[in-house]
Write a protein that binds this ligand. Structure first.
Ligand SMILES: [Zn+2]
Length: 408
């Protein structure tokens, strides 16, 4: 694998491009973010939302898609506290759901938010997850289709004119189709990974078009009739997943109670609403593409200067792709397959960056830690302790929604 010369993103990431100096597009976007006049952009956002206040038949001014995790907690609080909007929180529970995820939504409701949750019947979700796993080696691909359409559909149903999302995923990931994307979230329907226009792949075995409405974008006519706007807040505000994590802990969000080695990342604030979506899927990505969520997170940490490249390599070497057996068991029970079946299917997606070692175990060919030195003067625990969002949240209690911007 060839890695970005700044972060640790490998060339196996679909859609990622590099410049002549070997820097990935996500890093270039990060550099560009440093030159944006965020004060002006924020004022633009304030101007944009002014007309939406009180424009709905209900008391809700806007819809915001949430999971109850770090980003949606920050987003909901920002819209309410800073912009003075009354948001309706809309959640899509794609698959298993978790106790922590439910608690975090309760936390927001107690803070004065209304909430609508949409969850497909378990039989349908299970069937789609099984298909998603077998066909793509990605167990949440089907539910990703719903994340954008559902908030729009709810806004249309209640005649609410503004729909908020966080970051533009194509832009943050350095996707080659991200050129020219601004704040208009309605454009997301043209994104290559979320193009829901063709749902044929999910049909069959008793699943028809009408069962899939929550996974499909409203039509052009529906958008026209509605006449509202979809907004990526990440265009207007200097988004920081890390800062959001600290803020959300302070606002009462609960993290995962698990060892880092069991969840494959050095953060307990990620994917709190689904073990399948976060932990198991990260391992599958590791099998398919040679990197998992530890790489994703540590790339942000490198770009923001929280860790050195050598420290990041150490964390990735230790944690990437790790997933405790109990999460695999839960997933197999949920979609009703055997573990043997799970591993056979998972291995059928194994990328060519893997080889069998002498002891017949899979190992990555020439991974980054064999190409470059990694930190040996600091332990893994020390690195993790230093970047731990929960620890920082506890030690810096009472941060305002803005305060962490420069600090973290
Ligand atoms: Zn990079």
């Amino acid at each position: 694998m060839i890695y970005c010369s700044k972060c640790l993103m490998p060339d196996t990431r679909p859609g990622l491009i590099f410049n002549e100096a070997g820097v990935c597009k996500a890093c270039l976007w990060h550099e560009k973010k440093g030159q944006i006049d965020w004060k002006t952009r924020e004022q633009d956002l304030r101007d944009l939302v002014e007309s939406a206040k009180g424009s709905s038949r209900s008391s809700w001014d806007c819809v915001v898609g949430v999971s109850g995790g770090k980003d949606s907690t920050w987003q909901a609080m920002y819209l309410k506290e800073e912009l003075g909007l009354n948001p309706l929180l809309v959640q899509f529970v794609g698959s298993d759901g978790t106790k922590t995820g439910r608690q975090n939504i309760e936390n927001l409701i107690k803070k004065g938010f209304s909430h609508i949750s949409i969850q497909p019947n378990a039989n349908l979700a299970r069937q789609l997850a099984r298909k998603s796993f077998r066909k793509f080696g990605n167990i949440v691909k089907y539910s990703d289709y719903a994340l954008f359409p559902i908030p729009f559909r709810v806004a249309m149903a209640y005649d609410i004119q503004l729909v908020f999302f966080g970051e533009n995923p194509a832009l943050e990931a350095g996707d080659r189709n991200s050129v020219g994307l601004g704040w208009d979230a309605i454009n997301i329907k043209n994104n290559n990974t979320l193009d829901g226009s063709n749902l044929d792949v999910w049909k069959g075995e008793g699943i028809g078009e009408r069962d899939l409405i929550q996974y499909s974008f409203p039509s052009e006519d529906e958008f026209k009739l509605w006449g509202g706007q979809g907004v990526f807040m990440g265009y207007f505000l200097n988004w920081s997943v890390y800062r959001n994590g600290i803020y959300a802990y302070q606002a009462g969000m609960e993290g995962i109670d698990a060892d880092y080695h069991d969840i494959g990342i050095p953060y307990r604030h990620n994917c709190l609403d689904s073990n399948n979506g976060g932990i198991v899927n990260s391992m599958l990505k590791h099998i398919k593409l040679g990197f998992g969520n530890a790489t994703e997170f540590l790339c942000y940490d490198i770009r923001d200067g929280r860790v050195t490249r050598q420290e990041a390599i150490k964390v990735v070497k230790e944690l990437d792709g790790r997933c405790h057996q109990r999460y695999v068991e839960d997933f197999c029970n949920w979609i009703d397959i055997t573990e043997k079946d799970f591993w056979e299917t998972a291995n059928s997606f194994r990328g060519n960056m893997w080889e069998k070692s002498g002891s017949n175990k899979w190992r990555l060919k020439n991974p980054i830690w064999e190409q470059e030195p990694y930190a040996d003067d600091i332990s893994l625990d020390e690195i993790i302790e230093r970047i731990d969002t929960k620890r920082i949240a506890e030690e810096t209690e009472g941060l305002s929604i803005y305060e962490p911007y420069g600090k973290f």
